[in-house]
Design a protein around this ligand. Structure first.
Ligand SMILES: C[S@@+](CC[C@H](N)C(=O)[O-])C[C@H]1O[C@@H](n2cnc3c(N)ncnc32)[C@H](O)[C@@H]1O
Length: 302
């Protein structure tokens, strides 16, 4: 039977074509053991992901061709990916991408890696905006752009302003908006919360603010603690200070009957509930994530 490598011809000195001694089955086994030794739980699956990335092939190829000998370039790329992952660098920073709400987002160490639970913010915002005549929203802390761009993708006549303290995060958001075709409808501004916004009022304000209490950072997984941007994770205090500033400032930037949608952390719902002053806000609603944790707060301005 012909092996994949039989189909290649390669010139001496050409690392992109010259075969290494590493074949897929052995590469997977040794990578699995290195990753497991370094505390990675799903070591076999992650070894396969890194290998697919290094050789730019899919899972079917991996399992159909266990004897495929990697080229020298593929082998050295794989080694370098493996070393990075063994230090607990997240797979997404190695691949440079993360899927969110059915779209593929570029991610770099300048931005938080989009999480599945954050899709709740997107779903609720889409539902509200679709029922509105004007569909103008604002995001505080846009990061990679995953929330705003997903909303813009699903609501074609919506427009948005995305704010973030981090210029490098805004650059990632810009590239994602360009790639995913929503840059014309998204204005990006470097700003501490609403400080640099024009003062206009929005139908909806969305945010996934940094809500991890600083005391909890040490106990996080190394992937999060050592690699994701600290300013995206925590306010450096009790985890509630930015949430509280947003609740306080939002009424000046929402239309009457406008909504504030925010992701919140574990055990924060009681304190967050108390931040919404009756007389200014209707009573906020809390929505649980798949683990039953109140994860999304949705409040309507009176
Ligand atoms: C938890 S991340 C969310 C990123 C993205 N929206 C997501 O859901 O994946 C929080 C973001 O808020 C930004 N941020 C932190 N403090 C801020 C502030 N005071 N004003 C504006 N943005 C801020 C961080 O730079 C980071 O990009």
């Amino acid at each position: 039977m012909a092996r994949p490598q039989d189909h290649f011809s390669y010139a001496p000195g050409d690392t992109a074509r010259r075969r290494s001694a590493m074949i897929i089955s052995e590469a997977l086994t040794s990578a699995e053991s290195i990753l497991a030794t370094n505390g990675i739980v799903e070591a076999r699956r992650e070894a396969a992901s890194l290998l697919m990335l290094a050789i730019k092939r899919d899972k079917t190829f991996l399992y159909a061709h266990p004897d495929y000998a990697l080229t020298e370039l593929e082998a050295s790329t794989f080694e370098s990916f493996l070393q990075r992952r063994a230090t607990r660098e997240p797979l997404q920073y190695i691949s440079g991408v993360q899927e969110f709400y059915g779209l593929e987002f570029e991610v770099t160490p300048d931005v938080l890696i989009p999480r599945p639970e954050t899709e709740m913010v997107v779903e609720h915002a889409i539902e509200i905006l679709k029922s509105r005549a004007t569909k103008r929203f604002c995001e505080i802390g846009i990061g990679s752009g995953c929330i705003s761009i997903s909303i813009l993708h699903s609501v074609p006549d919506a427009t948005a302003v995305g704010l973030d303290l981090s210029t490098s995060a805004l650059n990632v958001a810009r590239r994602n908006a360009e790639k995913l075709g929503s840059i014309e409808r998204l204005e990006l501004i470097e700003s501490d919360l609403f400080a640099k916004s024009s003062g206009e009022r929005f139908d909806v304000i969305v945010s996934n603010p940094p809500y991890v209490p600083s005391d909890d950072i040490e106990g996080l997984q190394p992937e999060v603690r050592d690699f994701e941007p600290r300013a995206a994770l925590t306010d450096g205090r009790d985890g509630l200070s930015i949430i509280s500033r947003i609740v306080e400032e939002a009424p000046r930037f929402l239309t009457s009957g406008g909504f504030l949608l925010m992701e919140i952390g574990i055990d924060q719902s009681t304190q967050v509930d108390a931040m919404f002053e009756p007389g200014i806000w209707h009573s906020p609603e809390f929505f649980p994530d798949l683990q039953g944790i109140p994860r999304l707060v949705c409040a309507e301005l009176i």
